[in-house]
Design a protein around this ligand. Structure first.
Ligand code: FMN
Length: 189
């Protein structure tokens, strides 16, 4: 039998050290954030802007194209106090224009996340994460970025908004749990 008496005892993740920051327009990414929060606890924060995007989808798409072209970082209304207390920061966002949405770029630029563990999660309309994960890494060069989670969310373009209910919700719950276990952040009870 293997002698594991010298193996380090893994402490459970302390919820007071977990921050979950997310951007969500039609609540799909918010639902994934909620699942993570239910599993790990921690502080859950929605990113809100000083000037919200238009409710019109096409107007928002156009605005995001311009912001990405100009490298514009929209000012955040959300302020996060005592960021230094957190060791693990989950960052959740939809794919917008196959990129990281400008508000999440604002967050990563504005806050010093060096030395922290970043854990990305994403929903999208079926076209994937685009360049968003690369941008997270580029904007947080002194953080450890773990493997991200991504799932299909809504398709606002086609009038499909919130989809995280029923079987889809159950499926995503199962997938998120498996992903968190694989990340090894979840301590043994
Ligand atoms: C401005 C905008 C741009 C989008 N661009 C893309 C895209 O490039 N690729 C994609 O798969 N989905 C795209 N989507 C769809 C969202 O990623 C998808 O609906 C996501 O689940 C929305 O998350 P939320 O409900 O948390 O806002 C876009 C949505 C918006 C509003």
């Amino acid at each position: 039998q293997k002698d594991d008496s010298q193996a380090p005892v893994k402490a459970p993740l302390d919820p007071s050290k977990v921050l979950i920051v997310y951007l969500s327009r039609t609540n799909n990414t918010k639902a994934v954030a909620g699942i993570i929060h239910k599993e790990l606890g921690g502080t859950l924060v929605a990113l809100e802007l000083e000037k919200p995007y238009p409710s019109n989808y096409q107007a928002t798409v156009q605005q995001v194209v311009r912001e990405n072209e100009q490298g514009y970082l929209p000012p955040l209304r959300t302020k996060i106090a005592n960021l230094s207390q957190y060791d693990v920061v989950f960052v959740g966002f939809p794919t917008w224009g196959m990129q990281l949405p400008p508000p999440m770029k604002s967050f990563l630029k504005q806050y010093d996340l060096s030395g922290k563990t970043l854990v990305p999660f994403n929903t999208n309309a079926g076209y994937g994460v685009g360049s968003s994960l690369e941008t997270v890494k580029a904007l947080a060069p002194s953080s450890t970025v773990l493997e991200g989670f991504t799932t299909r969310g809504g398709v606002e373009r086609d009038g499909v908004l919130f989809v995280m209910e029923g079987n889809k919700e159950k499926q995503v719950q199962t997938e998120v749990k498996a992903w968190l276990n694989k990340l090894n952040l979840v301590g043994k009870k």
